[in-house]
Ligand binder design. Structure first.
Ligand code: FSO
Ligand code: SF4
Length: 544
């Protein structure tokens, strides 16, 4: 069976995965994910055509988020779970359509019917990415859709914290529906792409507010990267409510909890500091999990992507998924109606496992989200004015397993000592253990947090613009050298473009889903570029 997916940076040959994903996603799962997206578009079509009020769509909104989120790279590899979600969405769609009345003007996505898996796969083949023949229209439709996937992931986390915004849902319906509309011009699709960026800013602000109002403002924190001699659970992904519940349920059980990859920034929040058994961070960015899960010894809880398909049965038995994630053969933990999750099976398993094997020791420093950086503003402004800090390099985004990403370690190392790196997302693991020192007490790597905390980096830029009395954000001594991997990075990128940031360097390669003409539009209007050699880039960024 064939598939076509080009949504992430690892798209095969820089074009697209056609037989099996480089990520490990098989053709059945990939095609079912295409059909799930098509079904979500069908629901959006009904909502838009009937002018339904998103504020009144409760569960429909939530299932749209779950569906988009489940198709993000490395989130859900479980074909049964994707099929189950399609069936759920079709039921919601049909009820919505019947309640709305007039169905005559609806798109096929709002009305098609399927019976079994085979039927679903047949339909998927007809409605996948390549069903849009014009490569520029396809490129823009997918760019918008991937932005929406990232938006949905962040909205889902905010929702878990009880925060939602009907305007974001309304935009998701509008944009999904627009991707079905053959009447839209390229210009209209480009402007919808930028509007997606606006809602990207809004959703990150929503999540930032949800996090900080519940867990406090992140502050400068030293995080232990060594281990203790107790059995332990490793928690990965981005969902802080899952972490909160896990910490509550493990308290007093003798089981320690460690963060992995994008969960590291949880240590920066005041609310989690009170847990004595919340020991530290184990390991590095997502792709190193293959060896790190082996030496961790205990169970692992995935709250979101990035899952690397576990080859060994022993590891698979220790992996638990929750929320939009899934992997065949791994235990999935569902929330009850109140959002509560029962992690007792994970805790019981942990008790029977040996403690983690130490792979590193010492500490790393982070917690430089907007509140902490604003508190240091005087010091930072003084350092800029005195020339102690020459430039800031925003190196946020994702890490990945491709060798080309060594560029980011080399770049951080080669950067002259009067420059500061602002980071967020798992990209940080390429340089956050290098001991790059500090400038007048300000660490040279300032980690704001998760990829969604790129919002903080944008807030910091806007604050500096205000302090320095500048007209344009691009006059700041800030260079954007961003690494991307999956669709959350797409919404972060669109958000930065919406905020007017120009000259973003995106690597290690430009997205396969940008057609030459769409890439040209981004280059001409935003001076978007990719990376070169470390030497040439340092010269380019600092030479003038
Ligand atoms: Fe990384 Fe994976 Fe946060 Fe992504 S762990 S790659 S952009 O999921 O979301 O930074
Ligand atoms: Fe390929 Fe990336 Fe799609 Fe996986 S998510 S199938 S690696 S393009």
């Amino acid at each position: 069976m064939n598939m076509f997916c080009f949504q992430c940076q690892e798209a095969s040959k820089g074009v697209g995965c056609t037989i099996k994903g480089v990520c490990g996603k098989d053709a059945v799962t990939s095609n079912l994910q295409d059909l799930l997206i098509y079904t979500a578009k069908g629901i959006a079509n009904i909502v838009v055509q009937n002018n339904l009020n998103a504020a009144e769509l409760g569960d429909v909104n939530h299932e749209i988020l779950t569906s988009l989120f489940a198709t993000i790279t490395n989130a859900n590899f479980d074909e049964d779970s994707i099929e189950g979600q399609i069936r759920k969405m079709l039921k919601i769609r049909d009820e919505l359509r019947e309640a709305a009345g007039d169905a005559s003007a609806l798109h096929d996505a709002a009305a098609f019917q399927v019976t079994d898996r085979e039927d679903m796969l047949g339909k998927a083949a007809a409605v996948g990415i390549l069903s849009t023949a014009d490569e520029d229209v396809r490129s823009l439709r997918e760019l918008i859709t991937y932005g929406l996937k990232g938006m949905a992931a962040y909205a889902h986390h905010a929702l878990n914290l009880g925060q939602e915004d009907a305007e974001i849902y309304a935009f998701i319906y509008k944009a999904l529906d627009a991707t079905l509309n053959d009447g839209l011009s390229i210009d209209e699709l480009v402007s919808l792409t930028l509007e997606t960026g606006k809602y990207g800013v809004d959703v990150m602000a929503l999540l930032d507010g949800a996090h900080t109002s519940r867990f406090g403002n992140p502050g400068m924190t030293e995080v232990n990267i060594g281990v203790r001699n107790n059995p332990a659970i490793l928690i990965s992904g981005h969902d802080l409510t899952d972490l909160e519940q896990l910490l509550e349920q493990t308290e007093g059980t003798g089981v320690d909890v460690y963060t992995h990859s994008e969960m590291l920034p949880a240590h920066y929040y005041p609310a989690f500091k009170k847990y004595e058994h919340f020991v530290g961070n184990y390991g590095n960015a997502w792709w190193k999990q293959v060896t790190e899960f082996e030496s961790f010894n205990g169970p692992i809880l995935f709250t979101t992507n990035c899952i690397v398909p576990p080859k060994k049965e022993e590891i698979r038995q220790r992996i638990f998924t929750t929320g939009a994630t899934g992997y065949p053969g791994c235990t999935h933990i569902e929330a009850d109606e109140d959002g509560k999750k029962d992690f007792s099976a994970i805790i019981e398993m942990a008790k029977s496992c040996p403690p983690p094997v130490e792979i590193e020791s010492g500490t790393i420093v982070g917690g430089f989200a907007h509140h902490q950086v604003f508190a240091l503003a005087d010091k930072i402004v003084e350092a800029v004015q005195s020339g102690s800090i020459k430039k800031f390099f925003v190196m946020a985004g994702c890490d990945g397993r491709m060798q080309a990403r060594e560029y980011y370690t080399d770049f951080a190392q080669a950067l002259p000592e009067d420059n500061v790196i602002l980071t967020a997302g798992c990209a940080k693991y390429r340089y956050n253990k290098l001991n790059l020192g500090d400038i007048n007490g300000i660490p040279r790597v300032l980690d704001a947090g998760q990829c969604n905390d790129s919002y903080s980096l944008a807030m910091i830029a806007l604050k500096l613009k205000e302090i320095f009395g500048l007209e344009d954000i691009n006059e700041l001594p800030i260079v954007y050298n961003i690494a991307w991997y999956e669709q959350k990075a797409v919404i972060v990128l669109l958000a930065l473009l919406y905020l007017g940031v120009k000259n973003i360097h995106l690597g290690p390669t430009l997205p396969a889903f940008l057609s030459p003409n769409v890439a040209k539009v981004l280059v001409e209007n935003f001076r978007l570029a990719t990376i070169d050699t470390v030497e040439n880039d340092i010269e380019l960024f600092l030479g003038a």
